[in-house]
Design a protein around this ligand. Structure first.
Ligand code: SAM
Length: 409
């Protein structure tokens, strides 16, 4: 996500019908808080705020993605992102001699539309393009996007209600991990407290409770893996459901690759003493701010990704780490700026996967601007990382041919 401004103040007021929608979600949240005895774990608050059926931010009708929404993601910013991912997918599909693509959390559907067009151009279309989307509203939006932007590809696309039992091909998730609910904690002398949400004077407020056993165990393991213990009052978050999420993906992948792109850090950088307030962030109408209690249901709530935790969980689940690089290096390796690293045949070796997707656009000013937004360190280039895993795939992925930071994890 690319917030345009960072300010908790002077946020635009929601329209009356949007406020009404938010009030309905607030009523549900208050009921849950009451049912939980007056304090609800933040992880559950975040889950409901984002995914409560018909009411949560991702489940309901807010615009969300794009310039007139709350934030802009890489595929919304430029089709060059999708074209690079298509080059990487084409390489894997060629090595597998076929297979499907499974996109997790497909947003507006623009990544699917642009990737399918590029894969058709590369003559490496998947057998099927599967989309797993938790939001019924987004499923409809994705169908519309594909019908408008890639009608010839619509027959390839299937929407899934749940993960398939087995899958061969490429699984992709752009900015999905950052949307998984997280637990917030504070280091205290006796161990860890967990941030809960209570209601005071009709408003949501934070309250601290001793961390329950499962969270305490996860945090104790986390702390023993850090170079130094967390300092007193250190606050951050942890995604306790991440290992199960990755296990389910590893379990269904019979052969192929899993590619995740998101903003995040290695564990050591994530839990660095300087980052003592964590990474929890909200996006509302192109503003980033830290208050998750503002207009529930009308804003996104997100946390950065601990890529060390991702690598540990995925490899423990049987996947092989295939690469970890900044988004800039990943996209450059896949040819976003044209043939920037020598001959297009140097890194790949298979015809379809060796085309340089940026070549067609990098020459015009708009393409050049988009390349900058996706790759410059102060834009999305370094904060975002690409991480890939493989199973029964004998292939060095082209996306990591310029940089592989796996050893930094
Ligand atoms: C920040 S949006 C990113 C959307 C899109 N990938 C993009 O880059 O524009 C997060 C997406 O992840 C989806 N999501 C969240 N949890 C998920 C899960 N467990 N499985 C699949 N999708 C999920 C959300 O519904 C949403 O579409």
């Amino acid at each position: 996500m690319l917030p345009i401004r960072q300010t908790p103040k002077n946020l635009p007021a929601p329209a009356p019908e949007a406020l009404f929608h938010s009030q309905r979600l607030c009523a549900l949240l208050r009921d849950e808080i009451a049912a939980a005895g007056g304090a609800l774990r933040f992880e559950r608050f975040m889950e409901l705020a984002l995914y409560a059926p018909g009411l949560g931010y991702y489940s309901a009708g807010a615009r969300k993605f794009g310039a007139d929404g709350d934030f802009v993601t890489a595929p919304e910013l430029s089709p060059l992102f999708a074209r690079c991912l298509a080059v990487q997918c084409a390489e894997v599909l060629a090595a597998l001699a076929g297979g499907d693509i499974l996109e997790l959390g497909a947003g507006s559907g623009v990544l699917a539309a642009d990737m399918l067009k590029e894969l058709a151009r590369l003559q490496q279309l998947p057998a099927r393009y599967l989309i797993l989307e938790v939001s019924a509203d987004l499923r409809e939006r994705q169908r519309r996007t594909l019908a408008e932007q890639a009608p010839a590809m619509l027959a390839k696309v299937e929407w899934l209600e749940r993960l398939p039992p087995a899958f061969s091909g490429v699984i992709i998730g752009n900015e999905v991990l950052d949307a998984l609910p997280v637990s917030r904690f504070r280091r205290v002398p006796r161990g860890f407290d967990e941030f809960n949400v209570a209601v005071e004077g009709g408003r949501f407020v934070w309250c601290l409770r001793p961390a329950p056993a499962e969270l305490r165990a996860a945090l104790t393991t986390l702390e023993t893996n850090l170079p130094q213990p967390l300092v007193a009052d250190y606050c951050s978050e942890i995604c306790v459901r991440l290992p199960a999420f990755l296990y389910s993906l590893a379990d269904l992948l019979t052969r192929g690759a899993l590619l995740l792109v998101d903003y995040g850090y290695t564990r050591q950088a994530y839990y660095h003493p300087d980052r003592y307030m964590g990474t929890l962030m909200c996006h509302y109408r192109q503003r980033a701010h830290p208050d998750p209690f503002l207009h529930p249901g009308l804003q996104d709530i997100t946390a950065h990704v601990d890529f060390t935790a991702v690598a540990e969980a995925a490899t423990a689940a049987g996947l092989e780490l295939a690469g970890y690089a900044t988004q800039a290096h990943f996209l450059l390796a896949l040819g976003i700026a044209g043939d920037v690293h020598g001959s297009t045949s140097a890194a790949g070796g298979r015809g379809a996967a060796n085309a340089a997707p940026g070549a067609a656009m990098a020459g015009d000013w708009r393409g050049a601007r988009e390349v900058k937004l996706l790759t410059l360190p102060e834009e999305m280039g370094e904060r975002f990382k690409a991480m890939a895993f493989s199973k029964r795939l004998d292939l060095a992925l082209r996306g990591f041919s310029l940089q592989d930071l796996s050893r930094s994890l």
